[in-house]
Design a protein around this ligand. Structure first.
Ligand SMILES: [Zn+2]
Length: 360
């Protein structure tokens, strides 16, 4: 096992002290005076939590985290998606070795970004997490990208408040009759100006954030869409620190990345793979050089078992980032402590449960 990778894991010790309070943690996270976190009574003393499929854990315990990956995806569309379309045992057997492999690389948490109607199976995730050792987060919310194919019909009929109500209920009571709760809100929007349905999903996510404190991660087509999403959050009184701009690498204009980071959003460079390694390296280096290391999340959008393809198709392993990308980042001059910030500190702060509201 490469020595440097172990060092990243050791970095979790630097994240925070054992008894760091929620207020101190979120202040350290950059949610300082502008976005005060309410702290009353016993809650003030509780360390901030992240909700995994196996229950809440202190955010400071997440360790090395992949912030955007998939175990399984089914692109058939909301009208046809169904548990009958795959064999959970086969998926389990196909995915488990990949989770074990990243565990050996020092990875301790993987954020699973497949939403409902796109192949979310929380019981499968729970089994895989228990067997593979890696913590998994699942999500609530709907996916409005890919031409709205995975949006269920009721999302068109219902208001943003009604949709948020469904997602808040999953947070409070568990998903689909289980006790498994979402660790974040996942949504998705296409490129350019937001369509009415995409705007509604983002508004619903903001409303659900206000009730739950779950971070919003949105698959976003480009920078124009990202800034419009942030505008909707502002209208709803939600601070940009609650928002992860997923697939930020798809925007070529780095001034838009800087603008979103300056507003407080998380910039997720999450399509790392052999053919895009240099592009991601350049974007991460650019953000670091511009003083925005505290806004960076990196991941691979890898996996996944493809429902409908024989054997789940070709699974893209989760370990490329550890084996190839991080060594390249080190070679480019990024220090071990900066890598710890990106792989350990930032994910913990980004996904810590906590309401991030604009001051009135
Ligand atoms: Zn994805």
């Amino acid at each position: 096992m490469p020595k440097q990778i172990i060092k990243v894991e050791a970095g979790k010790k630097t994240l925070s002290g054992k008894h760091l309070s929620r207020r101190r943690f979120l202040c350290a996270a950059g949610f300082g005076a502008a976005f005060p976190v309410p702290a009353h009574g016993a809650e003030a003393e509780q360390a901030p939590k992240v909700i995994t499929v196996r229950g809440p854990v202190p955010a400071s315990k997440l360790g090395v985290t992949l912030t955007h990956e998939h175990v399984m995806v089914d692109f058939i569309g909301a009208d046809k998606v169904s548990r009958d379309r795959y064999d959970p045992e086969e998926v389990f057997r196909a995915v488990l070795p990949h989770l074990k492999s990243i565990y050996r690389q020092g990875c301790r948490t993987l954020i699973e970004c497949t939403p409902a109607y796109l192949g979310r199976d929380v019981q499968l995730l729970e089994r895989l997490s228990k067997a593979g050792g890696v913590r998994l987060l699942t999500n609530t919310g709907y996916y409005g990208a890919a031409d709205d194919k995975s949006i269920p019909p009721h999302a068109y009929r219902e208001t943003a408040d009604q949709l948020a109500g469904r997602w808040i209920e999953e947070f409070r009571s568990g998903i689909e009759g289980t006790k498994i709760r979402p660790g974040f809100i996942k949504t998705g929007v296409d490129r350019g100006s937001l369509s009415p349905i995409d705007a509604k999903l983002v508004r619903a996510a903001a409303i659900a954030h206000r009730s739950t404190g779950l971070t919003i991660a949105s698959h976003t087509g480009d920078g124009k869409a990202a800034l419009e999403e942030l505008d909707i959050l502002r209208e709803e009184g939600v601070a940009p620190q609650a928002f992860v701009w997923v697939h930020a690498q798809n925007e070529a204009r780095t001034d838009v990345h800087l603008e979103a980071a300056a507003r407080g959003a998380w910039i997720s460079c999450d399509g790392i793979r052999p053919e895009s390694l240099d592009r991601h390296l350049n974007l991460v280096r650019f953000l670091i050089d511009r003083g925005r290391i505290g806004s960076i999340l990196i991941s691979q959008d890898a996996g996944w078992y493809r429902v409908g393809e024989p054997g789940g198709g070709k699974f893209r392993p989760f370990d490329f980032l550890f084996l190839e990308f991080l060594p390249k980042l080190r070679q480019s001059g990024v220090s071990e402590s900066q890598i710890r910030t990106i792989m350990v500190g930032n994910p913990a702060r980004a996904f810590a449960l906590g309401k991030r509201l604009l001051g009135k």
